[in-house]
Design a protein around this ligand. Structure first.
Ligand code: FES
Length: 88
């Protein structure tokens, strides 16, 4: 990257970062596009969005905070696949 590039040009080159929040949504920090499985654009007005992963949001695919009332739990990191699942 050259020193002559403007900061906004560098931002465009950076990939989106997706962070699973502990007991909460997936935070997506742009630049990104959000599309449904048919390729239709889902409008988002911000460069950072929270995607629901608990399935309880009334604004899916976006998080509306319902995960807290639902008691959703999930780690921030990858699940430990060596441990048996709670349903087992
Ligand atoms: S993760 Fe927040 S409502 Fe589902």
């Amino acid at each position: 990257m050259s020193d002559a590039e403007l900061p906004e040009q560098r931002d465009e080159a950076e990939p989106a970062v997706i962070t699973p929040y502990r007991d909460g949504p997936l935070l997506v920090r742009g630049p990104f596009r959000l599309v449904d499985q048919d390729g239709r654009e889902i409008e988002v007005s911000r460069r950072t969005v929270a995607l629901c992963r608990c399935g309880k949001s009334k604004l899916r695919p976006l998080c509306d905070g319902t995960h807290k009332q639902a008691g959703f739990t999930a780690p921030s990191g990858a699940e430990d696949r060596s441990r048996p699942s709670p349903a087992a």
